[in-house]
Design a protein around this ligand. Structure first.
Ligand SMILES: NC(=O)c1ccc[n+]([C@@H]2O[C@H](COP(=O)([O-])OP(=O)(O)OC[C@H]3O[C@@H](n4cnc5c(N)ncnc54)[C@H](OP(=O)(O)O)[C@@H]3O)[C@@H](O)[C@H]2O)c1
Length: 265
């Protein structure tokens, strides 16, 4: 039995496949992909040496793990196709935003093991954070397999499924928040006269360093911010401008908008 099939070979599937292959979790011949876009399939085969299946059903037959990586709007069609071939011996992992394990189970035969995961785009460099929830029929082997894959891609945390959409609004969408912050920082630095290439290195290095401080120091963000904010200094002058421009309020609204959108799909 093959190791893993990806149904939908788009951006997120590629991020995961790239890391699983690079890190040695799977060899190319253990990865099967299917997609409606044959150009996309050919590119993935050329870039990664994985096997392309002739259909979603052909991909899903005879693998241990089926990873559903189509857009949420396509999930029902895909599950209806797969229902004919999927068995309870297999593990079905969905990364589709907003789609519950119950929704997936309803479209598959009884007793199929379903896992829902929200990873994020830094999976591509082995620095994803993922949250994992389990369906009614998921056994220990499904839990172990999901943890094994997603901790291989970065950090993975189990989460009650009722909080999946809320976590998605933070970590699923989160890379885009940081990318536009980096872009804005670079533009502002260029305005001040810095070279753009150097500005990008300073912005990304500052993000990585600050992230490591948060993760490794055991201190909360507020205390870390206080550490770099001297009385009457430049940093507090900058923070005053961020407060005047309602940056905190913007994040409240952004995460709430993302969460509401997940419930609409
Ligand atoms: N991107 C992220 O950062 C991220 C993060 C966490 C979770 N996710 C989740 O990951 C999933 C995939 O997102 P993505 O950004 O990778 O999307 P994507 O790049 O559009 O990839 C989806 C792929 O599935 C193909 N597809 C469409 N219908 C299909 C079908 N019936 N059978 C097989 N393949 C089909 C699409 O082809 P066409 O383009 O021709 O339709 C496309 O190549 C989504 O459910 C999303 O919620 C994404």
């Amino acid at each position: 039995m093959g190791k893993i099939a990806f149904i939908g070979a788009g951006k997120m599937a590629e991020a995961i496949i790239k890391q699983l292959l690079q890190g040695g979790w799977a060899s190319p011949e253990e990865v099967i992909i299917s997609d409606v876009d044959s150009d996309r399939l050919n590119k993935m085969v050329a870039d990664y040496g994985v096997e392309a299946a002739s259909s979603n059903q052909a991909a899903a037959e005879n693998v241990r793990i089926i990873l559903l990586s189509v857009k949420p709007q396509k999930l029902e069609t895909v599950l209806t196709e797969l229902a004919v071939v999927v068995t309870p011996r297999q593990i079905v992992i969905s990364i589709a935003m907003g789609k519950s394990t119950q929704f997936i189970e309803t479209l598959l035969p009884p007793d199929v093991q379903v896992v829902r995961v929200m990873p994020n785009n830094p999976a591509m460099v082995g620095s994803a954070v993922s949250v994992i929830s389990y369906g009614r029929f998921a056994r220990e082997e499904a839990r172990e397999a999901a943890m094994d894959i997603f901790s291989f891609l970065g950090e993975a945390y189990e989460l009650d499924e009722s909080l999946q959409d809320q976590a998605m609004a933070l970590s699923g969408c989160g890379p885009a928040y940081f990318y536009i912050i980096a872009e804005a920082l670079c533009d502002a630095a260029v305005k001040l006269g810095l070279d753009r290439a150097l500005a990008l290195k300073l912005a990304s290095g500052t993000m990585i360093g600050s992230g490591r401080m948060l993760a490794e120091s055991g201190m909360n963000p507020s205390a870390l911010k206080d550490m770099v904010t001297s009385p009457g200094g430049s940093t507090i002058a900058a923070l005053e401008m961020l407060e005047q421009n309602s940056v905190r309020a913007a994040f409240y609204e952004a995460l709430t908008a993302a969460w509401k959108r997940a419930k609409e799909v």
